[in-house]
Design a protein. Structure first.
Length: 269
């Protein structure tokens, strides 16, 4: 049975099936996409399962790098429909469902990945237990978690948090995820009992700079809580953000903005 947070995430991404990958594609990590930079830490496994695969953007990158057996699971049927149409994923095993109840056999995959999804999942111990079950001994688990915004994204949160806090109860976005899944120490505490080695920790610095309007759109698309705002609140937030970030705009009109993504890597011992 889905939690209220899972129902929200499913419905949000059914309404906006391409939003997550479009947001990721805006950012550059040393001139490359976020998915390309993340895939560097996955290597070239023969088989891979993506937990929270969305519209298949990461799986497509791994397919282009030579991974032969591709699988993914996601709450959103609309995202999975997009994934099935991607180049390289025609034969991928893409299924709707929850990562707490993986519909795959034991010892099925050389690697499991989860980009910005594990941190949103409830009952994370069950997710990790299921991951260990479907991984082969020595298999890799590669996890991407948000590490916070910089420059204009940091300004946005300072302006937005007071507004998010006063949204009516019936419009509040349900709290999702386990805080332990967002830190190195927390992940080690979660992963160790399931048989995983201590995580390696790698920071990706994502450049999201652009015009003030494009950075506003990035901020708007980054935080689920924006979905709870009515039109008046949203317009007020946009105005407040533009005023608060004005001093950061460079002479060429560029507003600096960035985000950190932490990549945790581990293996099943």
């Amino acid at each position: 049975m889905m939690t209220p947070a899972e129902e929200f995430l499913r419905d949000f991404h059914d309404r906006n099936p391409a939003a997550a990958s479009e947001l990721a594609e805006r950012g550059r990590v040393d001139g490359r996409s976020v998915y390309e930079a993340f895939a560097d830490h996955v290597g070239r496994p023969r088989s891979v399962l993506d937990l929270g695969c969305g519209d298949g953007a990461l799986l497509a990158v791994l397919a282009a790098r030579g991974t032969e057996k591709l699988a993914g699971i996601d709450l959103s049927a609309k995202q999975l429909d997009l994934a099935r149409g991607r180049a390289g994923l025609a034969d991928a095993d893409l299924r709707p469902g929850r990562a707490q109840e993986l519909p795959f056999e034991d010892d099925s995959f050389d690697a499991v990945v989860s980009h910005m999804a594990l941190m949103l999942m409830s009952d994370v111990e069950k997710v990790i237990s299921e991951t260990a079950r479907v991984l082969r001994p020595g298999g890799a688990f590669v996890i991407g978690v948000g590490g916070g915004g910089t420059d204009a994204l940091e300004v946005f949160l300072k302006v937005a948090r007071p507004l998010f806090a006063v949204v009516a109860d019936d419009r509040q976005v349900p709290t999702s995820g386990d805080p332990r899944s967002r830190t190195r120490e927390g992940l080690d505490a979660l992963l160790g009992p399931a048989g995983f080695a201590p995580v390696g920790w790698h920071e990706l610095l994502v450049d999201l700079s652009g015009t003030p309007d494009s950075v506003w759109q990035t901020c708007h698309d980054t935080y689920y809580q924006v979905d709870a705002l009515d039109e008046t609140q949203l317009m007020g937030l946009r105005t407040a953000f533009k005023v608060a970030s004005r001093s950061l705009v460079a002479p060429d009109g560029t507003l600096p903005a960035g985000a950190r993504i932490n990549v945790a890597t581990t293996r099943l011992t």
